[in-house]
Design a protein around this ligand. Structure first.
Ligand SMILES: [Fe+2]
Ligand SMILES: [Fe+2]
Length: 385
């Protein structure tokens, strides 16, 4: 009874009464026997009963069955001097309250009861649950997204492997095609040279020189390869010229000249039929054109002649003059270089001549194949035509 009195004395002050009355939180005080000593006016709003109805009843009567253990535990620990915090629902309501309880002490610091403040945390809980739901939703989305990404990634890897396989197969096919094409060109070159001893080694030497000049002029590897291919068979059209024309010792007639000159177009037609890559056939067609329009078969001028054909033309002349030809002494390399120098910009492309002179005079270029000692001395058809 004394403690009860002491508690009432504590809360009967005007200031305390007002504080409890105006507080938006629920305030309660239990005595050390577990009975309710005080509840503030907020309980009236919660339960619809007057404050006095609660006084003297066990504090457990405030809480629902499900929360009784927690409430008792909280109460017992607070009585031992500990400040407690827990979440509890009052009886007949699902509103969740955060309870903070602390021991109530008299002047001598003796514990004379338990005071509690309860705050409605429904809104906060809803926000927290909302955040948890959002977090769960985001996590789920991320997992789904990651799975989709993994699937896309696997598809990409598969596609990349497939593309690599195809690229590899294509590369092998191209290499095989390239090999068979090179073989074909070599066979064609041998075929014409076996038919015409004059041409023996000529095309190979011209091909060697064209590749060097083209390299000096910084042409791409692909262009150099195709130019080399064209040079290796540039006189293939001569296969269609009768042997008697080559063997003739008397001056050639106009008709015979025309037959010889036809080798450029015939060579072009043969190569085109075979399907060698562009511009091999065009280079062969133009290898006797001159930049001032005095060449054949089309009398093209410089701007219409392929650079590759201009390189082949210069290399062809240099080789032809450097090696022995039937029925006359060969002019020699020096004369050949004088010939292209003098006609640079007239018959021959200036830049091509410049590059050709550079590789002979500055880089010491020499033909790999020497003239064959047993070569038949035929009419120098190249110089004639
Ligand atoms: Fe020719
Ligand atoms: Fe030639």
């Amino acid at each position: 009874m004394e403690t009860t009195k002491a508690v009432y004395q504590m809360i009967e002050g005007e200031l305390t009464r007002q504080l409890f009355a105006e507080a938006t939180d629920l305030v309660y005080i239990f005595d050390t026997q577990g009975n309710i000593l005080f509840v503030n006016r907020q309980f009236e709003h919660l339960t619809g009963s007057g404050q006095e109805v609660f006084y003297g009843k066990p504090f457990g009567s405030l809480f629902g069955e499900a929360h009784l253990d927690t409430a008792w535990n909280n109460y017992a620990k607070t009585l031992q001097g500990e400040t407690q915090q827990c979440e509890l629902c009052f009886k007949n309501t699902e509103t969740l309250y955060e309870h903070k309880t602390f021991p109530l002490r008299d002047d001598k610091k003796n514990i004379i009861g338990v005071m509690g403040i309860a705050r409605d945390i429904t809104a906060r809980k809803q926000r927290e649950e909302g955040l948890v739901s959002l977090h769960v939703f985001i996590e789920k989305c991320m997992v789904e997204h990651a799975e989709k990404l993994r699937a896309v990634n696997e598809e990409l890897v598969e596609e990349m492997n497939c593309r690599l396989r195809l690229e590899n197969e294509l590369k092998q096919t191209v290499e095989k095609h390239q090999k068979s094409m090179n073989g074909l060109v070599q066979t064609m070159a041998l075929a014409i040279e076996s038919n015409d001893n004059y041409a023996a080694g000529h095309q190979a030497r011209v091909a060697q020189l064209t590749r060097h000049v083209a390299g000096e002029m910084r042409l791409s590897k692909d262009r150099i390869d195709k130019l080399g291919m064209a040079a290796a068979i540039h006189d293939i059209g001569k296969a269609s010229v009768p042997a008697r024309v080559f063997n003739k010792t008397e001056p050639l007639t106009e008709r015979e000249f025309a037959m010889l000159r036809s080798h450029a177009r015939t060579g072009h037609d043969i190569v085109q039929q075979i399907g060698l890559p562009y511009p091999v056939a065009a280079i062969i067609l133009q290898h006797h054109e001159r930049i001032n329009g005095t060449g054949y078969p089309l009398k093209l001028t410089g701007k219409d002649i392929l650079l590759e054909a201009k390189i082949l033309a210069v290399s062809d002349v240099v080789e032809a003059m450097s090696f022995p030809r039937p029925y006359r002494q060969h002019a020699g390399l020096e004369s050949a270089l004088v010939e292209i120098s003098q006609n640079s910009g007239i018959l021959y492309d200036f830049n091509v001549v410049h590059a050709c002179l550079a590789i002979f005079n500055e880089q010491g270029f020499r033909f790999e194949q020497e003239p064959q000692a047993n070569m038949r001395l035929f009419e120098d058809v190249l110089v004639k035509v």
